[in-house]
Design a protein around this ligand. Structure first.
Ligand SMILES: [Zn+2]
Length: 179
């Protein structure tokens, strides 16, 4: 929510509880099946959320690079979702936030569709940074750590460092926290 605001995309959230059958996009990893390999599982998971083929490839690339434990945490959490939204002339887009889970809430990684038009390195970084926020539930890794610093640090550890062309975090807090 905060990140969407910082990206200058107006965001209105209408919230409510709905049964799983009413939220059309759901992914159930289910019990491991024989012959069902990890690559297919990741592919299916990403395809559940993303129709756009370019976006699907980019998100899949980053997701596949996450540590296996992180992948499993996201894939096994009914409160986790990925949403794609448009801004500007294309108008708004609904983003479905999953039902909060007991004691864990829910997490939505919202990615702007224009990421498909950016360089691969930049898009990969943004996607990894947002996955890091989701993993850390928008917090730092310890109480004093800035969530943005934490997300950048985790993204870099996964192989997606902040591009050198972006302003340094904290150099101008009013303007630079774009992602
Ligand atoms: Zn961020």
């Amino acid at each position: 929510m905060a990140d969407a605001n910082l990206g200058r995309a107006p965001l209105i959230a209408i919230t409510g509880q709905a049964g799983r059958e009413q939220i059309h996009k759901e992914y159930y990893p289910g019990p491991a099946k024989e012959g069902r390999n990890v690559v297919n599982a990741v592919h299916d998971f990403i395809a559940t959320w993303i129709d756009d083929l370019v976006m699907r490839e980019r998100v899949g690339y980053v997701f596949s690079a996450l540590p296996e434990g992180v992948q499993q945490e996201f894939m096994g959490d009914p409160g986790f979702a990925i949403g794609i939204y448009d801004t500007g002339r294309r108008g708004g887009s609904p983003l479905l936030i999953p039902c909060p889970q007991p004691a864990r809430g829910s997490r939505l990684v919202a990615l702007e569709r224009s990421l498909t038009a950016r360089s691969r390195a930049f898009a990969h970084y943004v996607i990894a940074h947002e996955f890091a926020h989701a993993l850390l539930r928008n917090r730092g890794r310890h109480p004093e750590e800035d969530p943005e610093v934490a997300a950048d640090s985790l993204a870099a550890a996964w192989g997606f460092p902040r591009p050198a062309t972006l302003p340094l975090l904290g150099a101008d807090p009013g303007r630079n926290r774009l992602v």
